[in-house]
Design a protein around this ligand. Structure first.
Ligand code: COA
Length: 262
């Protein structure tokens, strides 16, 4: 297991790893060193077959991630800013496209790059103290890690533009109302609920789960025609799997299915 300075990375035997951004004195703001470590941890999640799912959270009780590090942003020139944005986008896209499901456990402020990190996860669960927003315009910049693209896909154009143009955050209840978070649970139950939800997902056919995530992403990025074609092809693939045979048989035999991912 790698060692890190700005994140904690824990991969226990149950296969649900946790990546905790760990700069609580800076409300877990994402500086370049932290982004590098997130990228290394994601590589480990992808490569380690015993890791089946990921929880992303922030250290402490106040903040998930309060954005990109504003000290670094203040010193970044135009060409460097494009590169910084592209790099951040690549890292978050890698998280989004992983075949393993991820949940952002939003334990407080999820602002700017913090909300963008959460939106790249498969699902989001927040504690009641969470505040979610894209405040970049207040700093004279725009979202640079995918916020202008993922936010409208999650909450629709109107709600996304309200958040992106006012820069004002929403609280956890409003975030749930607009579909930005899936659930709101007391902070002390946050990680437990994430594990519970991931365990439910992991109990299902692994190939089916991975193909479903790909079909949703492909349809949203390419359009409905391509998405529907992919869905049919993937549906055909599942018909050739041992998991389909086991899942349908288990139903007919009135027992719990035991999937092998083959
Ligand atoms: N980048 C760098 N440092 C940050 C940061 C960020 N995005 N967000 C918070 N911090 C630092 C603060 O500068 C402060 O450091 P200091 O103690 O050395 O002065 C520390 O974290 C605590 O933050 P503070 O502002 O004192 O806490 P607060 O409870 O009063 O306010 C926020 C919390 C989240 C409302 C406020 O910190 C904030 O607005 N942060 C910036 C959010 C933002 O614009 N993010 C998008 C960046 S693109």
């Amino acid at each position: 297991m790698s060692t890190f300075g700005n994140i904690l990375f824990d991969a226990p035997a149950d296969g649900i790893a946790t990546l905790t951004v760990n700069r609580p004195q800076k409300l877990n703001a994402l500086n370049a060193a932290t982004m590098n470590e997130i990228e290394r941890a994601l590589a480990e999640v992808e490569e380690n077959a015993s890791i089946r799912a990921l929880i992303v959270t922030g250290a402490g009780e106040k903040s998930f991630v309060a954005g990109a590090d504003i000290n670094e942003l203040a010193e970044t020139g135009p060409a460097e800013a494009v590169e910084k944005s592209r790099r951040g986008q690549r890292i978050l896209r890698r998280l989004e496209l992983m075949s393993k499901p991820s949940i952002a456990a939003i334990n407080g402020f999820a602002l700017g790059g913090g909300l963008e990190l959460a939106m790249a996860c498969t699902l989001r669960i927040a504690s009641p103290n969470a505040r979610l927003g894209q405040p970049e315009v207040k700093l004279g910049i725009i979202a640079g890690y995918g916020g202008t693209q993922r936010l409208p896909r999650l909450v629709g154009r109107g709600a996304a533009l309200e958040l992106l143009l006012t820069g004002e955050p929403v609280d956890a209840a409003e975030a749930q109302r607009i579909g930005l978070v899936n659930q709101v649970v007391p902070q002390e139950q946050l990680l437990g609920r994430c594990r519970e939800l991931l365990r439910k997902i992991l109990a299902n056919g692994p190939l089916a789960v991975g193909l479903t995530m790909q079909a949703v992403d492909l349809g949203l990025s390419s359009g409905i025609e391509e998405g529907l074609r992919y869905e049919s092809a993937a549906f055909g693939v599942t018909a050739a799997t041992e998991d389909r045979r086991e899942g349908t048989r288990a139903f007919l035999e009135k027992r719990q299915a035991v999937f092998t991912g083959r």
